[in-house]
Every structure is written in structure tokens, then in C-alpha cells.
Ligand binder design. Structure first.
Ligand SMILES: [Zn+2]
Ligand SMILES: [Zn+2]
Length: 418
């Protein structure tokens, strides 16, 4: 379990270290196989012919078409066949990185199911809880999808602004490729939709096949929330380790995390920091939330996904607008604009001489989270003052602070790179 700031723990790797941050055409066969597994997970979870699954298959097909258009195709033996042992290590890493809150959450989940099984005459109202949970599940999917759709519409409405901003960043390579800005926006939207459908599969399986008691609900919900408070203190160390592997084990990048970085950095792509299959694995072997009472887990996941979407809007001047102060004290944006670091959540409230400016933004958030970037500074020598962040802040000054409808033509923009 990762607990000390020891690189030997956080950077342990059994396979070959191969830092990755983008997809290439040589990844095509692995990517297509990964998408096929995504389709299988969706079909096996929701039912092969259910409307949600068919929608998921369509998104899978769209993902493959967009990969071919955006990256091209190179036929070669896939990495999963060249290094199958890395798939085994992937599971070993996840098990070794499990946190105490996760183990407590699973233990409580098992205990409740055993207690319900041995007290069949008690008024547990298991089916009623399941019905409410399923209603909440679908309302959650619809609500987040509606929010994602509103964001997509605003990006399409301001697509020239989106294009102008991205052309001044590391996304220029993709923007000048074969797709249009409309295609990039739709790709980001569909990536988020598919990732969301896959992310929720473990929660759906828990609702369908586990039992939850109405009479235990108050106690279980209270313990769930207590565990969540502990989890907020542990989450950054867990995330750093998992995320470091996602970028330094090539198989993990291609099969799990790469899809999170393959779409333009906007709120549309986000579902609590996960790629496609990555969401399924992290909710099965990572976060404790999946094993909460589903009435609690769906509320927590709704809040987490909404916050993560807002926290991924790194194109200025477009809905949802991240406050400038948040951009100044958080650098996950840097990670989406070409830098492999920071691996943590990248927040730093305690900045020399400026701590008071950011304190009000993270009231009640534990220090481990609101100063998460300190872990990157300790483990990787991450430098808070870096050109990528400075460059993005200047774009925010230009497009976010001024009237958001003003678009400065590239030819007249002194900040434009070649
Ligand atoms: Zn990443
Ligand atoms: Zn991200």
C-alpha cells in the first residue's frame, strides 16, 4: 500500500518503463481490441440487446472510426500479445495499491449481505431499495448526459474560439490533422458518454446482484460517509500511484488511460479522471464508493463526476467556466496540455505569499488533496512554475477574462506559436 513519499514504492514497475502520453497509429490493433472488450463489458452488464448497450456499441464503433481518422492505422502484433504478462501485473498493481477505506468498504458490503441472508424474516425491503437504486441510477445517467450535452452545444456554438485556443497549444498537431473542429468536439463528447456508461457498470452490477437493507440504511450510510472522509485523505496517494502506472506502463496507457488524453481537454471528456476500461477497473479495484449502499454511491458519484467535468474545462471562455483562481492553483490542466506531470491531482493552495488567495476555494478539503502537487514535487521534482502552465494562464487572460465572444484572429495574435 502506497503510504510514504518513497519513489521505490510509487514508481515500482515489474515490466518495461515506457512513458506515454498520446496514441500513435501503431497502437491501432490494441485500441480496437480494447474497444471490443469495452463493448463486451457493456453488453454483459446491461444485457446484450438493451438500448443502453446498443448505444454503447454505436459509441464504440464511432471511437474506432475516429482513431483511424485521427491517428491512422499500422498493422502490427498488438502489445497485449507481445507482453501479456503486463496484463497480469496490471491487476497485481491495483491489488497492491488498495487503500484501507476500500477494504473497510468491501468488508461492510459483505457483512451487510451476510446479515440480510441470515435474517430473512426481518423487514429489509431489499427489492424496494433495489428499485429506488435503479431509478437513481438511470436519473444519474440522464442528468450527467444532459449536462455533458449542454457543454457540447456551447463548444459547437463557440467552435472557432475552441479552435483558436487549441491551435496555440500542444493540440495543434491534432487540429491540423484530418478531422475538423466539429469532429474533435463530437469525439470528446462521445468519449465522455462511452466512458460514463462503462464507469457505471460495476455500480449497476452491485445494484442488480447484491442486497441492501432499508433498516440498515441509516447506519450503513453513516459508515459510508465516514469512510469517504478517510478516502479523501488517502485518494491522492492512491491516484498518484495508479496514474503513474497509467503513463509509464505502455499497456496500461493504451488499454486503460490513453482514451482520457485522446480527446480535447474539456469538461465533455471527464468522468472522475478515467479512461474507458480504466473506469471499470478503478471502480472494481480502487475506489471504495462502488461498495457503498447504492443510494449513497450514486449521490457521491454524481457529485464527483460533476466536479471532475467542471475541473477539466481547460479551454477558456466556454461553458462551464472554471474560475481563474482555480486555474492558478491547480495544474491538472498542465497534464492535459502535453506535460506528463503532475501525476497527482495537481492542486497547490499553499503557494509562497499567495496561500490566502486560494484558501476559500477548498474549505473542508484535507491538506493531502488541496496540496496534492507537493507529492509530485517530492517524487518527480515537479516545478510549479513551468512554461506550460504560464502559457495556459496567458491564454486564460486573453480568452477568459475578456469578453468570451471575442476571438482574436491567429494572424493578429502576438502569442501565437508557429
Ligand atoms: Zn493522465
Ligand atoms: Zn484528466
Amino acid at each position: 500500500m502506497a503510504s510514504k513519499n518513497d519513489p521505490a514504492v510509487f514508481h515500482a514497475l515489474y515490466g518495461v518503463r515506457q512513458p506515454r502520453a498520446v496514441y500513435y497509429k501503431k497502437d491501432f490493433v490494441d485500441y480496437a481490441l480494447m474497444i471490443a472488450v469495452c463493448a463486451a463489458v457493456v453488453g454483459a452488464t446491461y444485457g446484450p440487446l438493451r438500448a443502453l448497450s446498443i448505444f454503447g456499441y454505436a459509441l464504440c464503433a464511432f471511437s474506432i472510426v475516429m482513431f483511424v481518422l485521427r491517428h491512422g492505422v499500422e498493422w502490427k502484433v498488438p502489445l497485449i500479445l507481445r507482453r501479456p504478462q503486463d496484463a497480469l501485473w496490471m491487476i497485481v498493481y491495483k491489488v497492491r495499491n488498495l487503500s484501507v477505506p476500500f477494504l473497510v468498504s468491501v468488508a461492510l458490503f459483505l457483512l451487510e449481505n451476510v446479515l440480510i441472508a441470515v435474517t430473512p424474516r426481518w423487514p429489509h425491503h431489499v427489492e424496494l431499495v433495489r428499485t429506488i437504486a435503479l431509478w437513481m441510477f438511470y436519473l444519474h445517467l440522464l442528468g450527467i448526459t444532459a449536462y455533458r450535452t449542454v457543454i457540447m452545444v456551447d463548444h459547437l456554438h463557440k467552435k472557432e474560439l475552441v479552435r483558436d485556443v487549441l491551435l496555440q497549444t500542444s493540440w495543434k498537431r491534432i487540429l491540423l490533422g484530418k478531422t475538423t473542429i466539429t469532429g474533435e468536439i463530437l469525439h470528446a463528447y462521445c468519449s465522455g458518454l462511452l466512458a460514463h456508461i462503462i464507469l457505471m457498470t460495476p455500480v449497476y452490477l452491485v445494484i442488480r446482484y447484491a442486497s441492501f437493507s432499508l433498516i440498515f440504511l441509516p447506519v450503513v450510510a453513516a459508515i459510508n460517509l465516514y469512510v469517504y472522509m478517510k478516502w479523501l485523505k488517502a485518494i491522492n496517494a492512491w491516484f498518484y500511484r495508479d496514474h503513474w502506472l497509467s503513463h509509464n506502463s505502455e499497456l496500461e496507457f493504451i488499454w486503460l488511460h490513453g482514451s482520457h488524453h485522446d480527446a480535447i481537454p474539456s469538461a465533455m471528456i471527464a468522468i472522475a479522471e478515467n479512461g474507458l476500461l480504466e473506469g471499470f477497473l478503478r471502480l472494481t479495484l480502487g475506489t471504495p464508493v462502488t461498495f457503498y449502499n447504492p443510494l449513497v454511491s450514486i449521490l457521491v458519484l454524481s457529485a464527483e463526476i460533476k466536479m471532475d467535468m467542471d475541473a477539466h474545462q481547460y479551454i477558456p471562455g466556454v461553458y462551464p467556466r472554471l474560475p481563474l483562481k482555480v486555474m492558478e492553483c491547480s495544474q491538472h490542466s498542465t497534464h492535459h496540455y502535453g506535460s506528463i506531470e503532475p501525476y497527482s491531482f495537481g492542486i497547490k493552495v499553499d503557494q509562497p505569499g499567495r496561500a490566502n488567495e486560494f484558501k476559500h476555494l477548498f474549505v473542508g478539503v484535507p491538506d493531502e488533496l488541496k496540496n496534492s502537487a507537493k507529492l509530485d514535487e517530492a517524487l518527480d521534482g515537479f516545478e510549479w512554475e513551468n512554461p506550460t502552465h504560464k502559457r495556459l494562464m496567458s491564454l486564460y487572460q486573453q480568452y477568459h477574462v475578456r469578453r468570451e465572444t471575442v476571438v482574436v484572429p491567429l494572424a493578429q495574435n502576438p502569442a501565437t506559436e508557429d
